[in-house]
Design a protein around this ligand. Structure first.
Ligand code: HEM
Length: 500
């Protein structure tokens, strides 16, 4: 039989088995988005692979922002409405559980081994110690950005500008600056090491989605086959191991200067004996820290290249004034005063979706949602960022990209009220970093890192789209994720004046 026919038959069988399974399981009485009937269901599942966002838009419009079911290749998601955000925000994992859902969705146990039974690398370190260490990390990240940027934007002798594919370049740049904080210098400059770290996310995130298409008993076998064929994760773990070992040998955990040092503070004795396991935790952290930040940086640069010149100048002027106010030192306090850049980033999160549905939770016990529907255990609930971020009650002219939307809301009358407008503030109307106790703990680190890089780029270069290139490059979507076009380019022209 022809390979394509076999493949189509297997997919059809898989979807049919999925439909049968979902019919047998107790389900919530909620309407479903997509075409009607079993064939319509199969079509909707297939459509979700490349157009989950379109399906969410359709469901939101059709059911008036009330909960509905979104079928996908990895099972059904119950997309909750605005009235249910508060319930998720308050949840303590007894009913709506985040860690169990993360295991289902990203399969860390299949791909990374047992690093989630005691996930100290995701909890205490990022939630508390890293955030406290940010002040000392700013000069390190700035130095790394200053060294790395000219290497990533190579301007040939006799020329004044360079055209680069933006997203892959930002992924690499972010990985290097992140790893200055993660493992320190000079390790963070090792090209092979960085390439492997970057490849892990590019391998593991899509693979977790694909593995979800297989029954759980087959997942380890399928993963083994792929990891032997592609192998980025194993290379990355091997690449990190010597840095982890060096930190253990020099027992520097009492005077931490990198995230690995922080990790060693909390590592139980059995982990200290198991360097590959510790290294897997670092790779896992790198995975959370790289592409998400690169997506924001890329969107920001595309937006800056589209913005009127005077708006870009306002952002530059504010950055320069903030640095000057700190005695000409580009430190964490100065970054805290980049309100226009902060507003631009927050608007990017509002306007450009990173995912069609997020903050998903596994329902552990029977639960009732705002419209009275009973959700049986085993259901999966999630929030839809795009429609929530387009709510006209909170965001007038929501369809307009207004880089200074949130800066304009800072009145200066109350610090508490102003802080609520900041990029890293969580709220029920802004869910880019999630909601409640599982809201992203790495957001303060991410925000600083992105701002350091963007400020350095803005002060050094003028930005424009290459001649003839589209100014609105089409994003790329896969399952629930959306990222900027991987091929679109931007031109960086060296500026004559740069703050020293
Ligand atoms: C702009 C960059 C980033 C974005 C947009 C982002 C977004 C998110 C989102 C949406 C969640 C899920 C929240 C929820 O379930 O309600 C999350 C969780 C998480 N993020 Fe981030 N993230 C970013 C950067 C980072 C960085 C740099 C790190 C680590 C250094 C990190 C570590 C984590 C961890 C450990 C969790 C799981 C938290 C938990 O389940 O308790 N993230 N992030």
């Amino acid at each position: 039989m022809h390979a394509a026919t076999t493949c189509t038959l297997l997919i059809a069988l898989y979807i049919a088995a999925g439909i049968a399974k979902s019919r047998l399981r107790k389900r919530a009485q909620l309407p479903r988005v997509g075409r009607a009937g079993p064939l319509g269901y199969a079509w909707t599942v297939l459509r979700s692979v490349l157009d989950s966002e379109g399906l969410v838009d359709e469901g939101w419009a059709k059911f008036g922002g009330k909960p509905f079911v979104l079928p996908s290749m990895s099972g059904e998601w119950i997309v909750l409405g605005p009235e249910d955000v508060e319930q998720l925000r308050r949840s303590d994992d007894t009913i709506f559980n985040a860690p169990e859902r993360a295991k289902q969705l990203f399969l860390p146990n299949v791909m990374f081994g047992d690093i989630t039974t005691n996930p100290y690398h995701l909890e205490t370190i990022i939630r508390s110690d890293l955030t406290k260490a940010l002040r000392s990390l700013v000069p390190e990240m700035l130095e790394e950005a200053q060294l790395a940027i000219p290497e990533h934007i190579p301007i040939k002798n006799g020329q004044t500008s360079a055209i680069i594919p933006l997203f892959p370049t930002m992924v690499h740049l972010i990985a290097r600056v992140s790893n200055r904080a993660m493992i320190g210098a000079p390790g963070c400059r090792d090209e092979r090491f960085l390439k492997n770290q970057v490849s892990v996310a590019e391998e593991v995130i899509p693979m977790s989605q694909v593995l979800n298409w297989f029954p759980s008993v087959l997942q380890p076998v399928v993963w083994k086959f792929f990891s032997v064929t592609i192998g980025a994760k194993d290379h990355a773990v091997r690449g990190v191991a010597p840095y982890v070992q060096a930190r253990i040998d020099y027992a520097q955990q009492d005077n931490p200067s990198t995230i690995v040092d922080l990790l060693l503070r909390y590592a139980p004795p059995e982990d200290i004996q198991d360097v590959p396991k510790l290294a897997a935790r670092v790779v896992h952290l790198n995975m959370a820290a790289t592409h998400t930040s690169a997506i924001f940086t890329t969107h920001a640069l595309f937006e800056l290249a589209r913005m009127p010149a005077e708006d870009v100048e306002s952002i530059r002027a504010e950055i320069l004034a903030a640095i000057e106010s700190e005695g000409d030192i580009f430190n964490k306090n100065a970054v805290g005063k980049f309100h226009l850049l902060d507003s631009l980033l927050k608007e990017i999160g509002r306007f450009h979706s990173l995912f069609a549905v997020g903050s998903s939770r596994l329902v552990l016990k029977e639960a009732v949602i705002s419209n009275g529907t009973v959700l049986p255990p085993g259901s999966v609930v999630a929030l839809a960022p795009k429609p929530l971020h387009n709510n006209p009650d909170f965001y007038p002219d929501a369809h307009v990209f207004d880089p200074f939307r949130f800066a304009k809301r800072r009145t200066g009358e109350s610090v508490t009220k102003d802080v609520k407008q900041s990029f890293t503030a969580l709220s029920n109307d802004y869910i880019v970093f999630g909601v409640g106790k599982h809201g992203c703990p790495g957001r303060f680190f991410a925000s600083l890192k992105i701002k350091v890089i963007l400020a350095e780029l803005l002060l050094s270069y003028d930005l424009s789209f290459p001649e003839g290139a589209s100014k609105t490059p089409k994003p790329f979507a896969f399952n629930i994720f959306t990222m900027p076009s991987p091929t679109a380019k931007l031109e960086f022209t060296k500026r004559k004046v740069k703050a020293e």
